[in-house]
Design a binder for this molecule. Sequence first.
Ligand code: SF4
Length: 442
Amino acid sequence: MKKIQVSISDLVIGKGAPIAVQTMCNTDTLNVDASTQQCIQLAEAGAQLIRLTTQGLKEVEALANIKAKLRNQGITTPIVADIHFNSEVAIAAAQVAEKVRINPGNFSQVHKDAQGQFSKFIHECKKYGTAVRIGLNHGSLGEEIVNKYGNTPEGMMRAAMQWLDMCRNEKFENAIVSLKASNTIVMTQAYLLLYKAMEESGTIFPIHLGVTEAGNSDQGRIKSAIGIGALLYKGIGDTIRVSLTENPVHEIEAGKQIAEFFESGDAASLLKSVESQATKTPQLNFSSFGCQKEDWNRFIIRVASLFGPMLLDYSIDNFNISNSPYPAKIMENLRENILQGARRVFYHPEYIACPGCGRTQYNLEETFNKVKEKTAHLKGVRIAVMGCIVNGPGEMADADYGYVGQGGGMVTIYKGKEPVLRSVPDTEAIDRLLDIIEKDTN
Ligand code: SF4
């Protein structure tokens, strides 16, 4: 079995290297000063890779300026260009960024054309020593795959394997792969299928793990810890991104907490202690998590990383934590969020919210919090809040309702996959969304 290791400047990913923690800027890439400033903050927080949205050639130029400014200040963190559709932009970005993230299936609707453009792109990456992430998300698969396999974990795996096979055939080994979804079951199944398919092919490319559109606060951290943790327990995953609708510095903190839990051996020893209880409702003492009362975020990440994957695969049905310093109501809420994150019981609405990036069309964080406040009573309803109309509708996957930034202070409201209200001023959009949901649920 051949295990590939990818080097991006000084950073090594895969084949047993430590888990690399990464994030993405939410600034406008064309705003070079703001983006450089945010990259500096992220590097100082410990980001090992920083991604910036790169919609067009102007953004590639801005990326070159941002990179030059960072290097002038002695910041060597590799820069990743995030490309969605255009292979010409991907090729230009390969000459500037240390790594480029693409979904080659989006290069063209015609699969043969997409293959041709991908081939040109990897040729350029070879020339410049640029690494690539083949990043496919649930909800953004090409038509051919969806027609054959549906929008399923198998479809995601098949799509990724097509591109990895091409990398192998073209002797391009500087590739990392991801298959993200917001639903933790879909996400973990897709990665497990992918790992198995790579084993069968004889070549294991490094894997980037993430639960996409995870939302924010406790729920976002918990969902991410469950999905990422479920795979890290199986030894799958080389680099991680915790995607939060918050300041991206928080993503680094959460990512480091997950990586540290697994790499310290704490995850394995707590798992052993839970398994030794041979019960469907294990119990652990608060002190066994190695956290102080002030470490709430670290504590919930550890609890979710431990119990979430076991709830996800039905090896347990519930859990208890004794001697916690937190009020019973807070602990109950934590338990509910973990059971919901593992998709066992739905106590609250299911929020799907993108983390925002240079394409975001409005104050996403504030709007998402307002939507959450006004919809908190809608148990089990899946509500998406997405930053842009270009990728938002595809990536909100199986949401029942969507609030999607359209640009120019306008919002499009979706019911399932259908846009039902377009160009709603953002001052009224939350109320219009609520009117639609209430009409349907009453
Ligand atoms: S959906 Fe959100 S994160 Fe994705 S490209 Fe649009 S604004 Fe960026």
